[in-house]
Design a binder for this molecule. Sequence first.
Ligand SMILES: Nc1ncnc2c1ncn2[C@@H]1O[C@H](COP(=O)(O)OP(=O)(O)O)[C@@H](O)[C@H]1O
Ligand SMILES: [Mg+2]
Length: 265
Amino acid sequence: MPQIELTQLQYTYPQQSFRLAIHHQVLSDSLIALVGQNGAGKSTIFKLLTGLLTADSGSIKINHQELSDLTPKQRLKLIGITFQNPDDQLFNATAQKEVEWSLSQVMANKQQITLKAKAALAKVGLEQQAGENPYDLSLSERKRLTVATVLAVDPLVYLFDEPLMSLDWYSKQMMTKIFHQLAASGHQIITITHDMDWAAAEFESLSVMANGHFKFSGTPKAFFSNRSLIQEVGLLPPKIMTIAEKLGDSRPYLSVEDYYRQHSK
Ligand SMILES: Nc1ncnc2c1ncn2[C@@H]1O[C@H](COP(=O)(O)OP(=O)(O)O)[C@@H](O)[C@H]1O
Ligand SMILES: [Mg+2]
């Protein structure tokens, strides 16, 4: 299982008061939801992990390899990202070319690139849209296209920045299934999300950030059992917990199924 280790990591944006400071943090679970209020530093961590930003000091190791020692190609094979806004990422004339471009950064065989791109588009349900301009696709489809660009390259670690944002129900189901399949095949998936219902129900592990620090790392059950911590970091529990609490039951529940299981015993 891949492992990310951050040690004494510091980063500040020029002329900004925000400061990311991580003493020591290991991320080793296969399915991690990274949560926290807006401005907590979640996207900044992703940018540091992919080399889009360079830390002021400290170390980032992926599977014991220092990130800064890797060539760009090695890095792309190790860790891939989709941005929050697909328009920051997409620039090719067709969906097919978009995925092919990502592949061309890590391999040379044109025939293989074409085949792999087709397969990745099919995985996200965009095979019919291969010839379309990304800007003619819906936002939900553009989000899925960015996922295809990473699936094609198939890095060991996948970072998704708010992948469910503006997705329709069908696409959300599809993404959730893809994430579980990736985790089952030995990949690590870290996804930033504001959807606590989704994070609680589907993720093995929760990492919580506030003000440029990690405040918690552990199971969703452990986090949502700690009411004062939930409040301190400015998050909301899953809806099912709010309903249960209104009914006088303040125990932690991760989903409707979890509630049902605990009550049907
Ligand atoms: N490119 C940038 N230049 C200056 N400040 C930035 C930039 N990107 C983010 N910030 C600031 O850094 C802080 C953390 O941002 P970010 O990592 O995007 O938070 P999150 O993803 O958790 O919402 C915020 O205060 C934000 O305003
Ligand atoms: Mg963000």
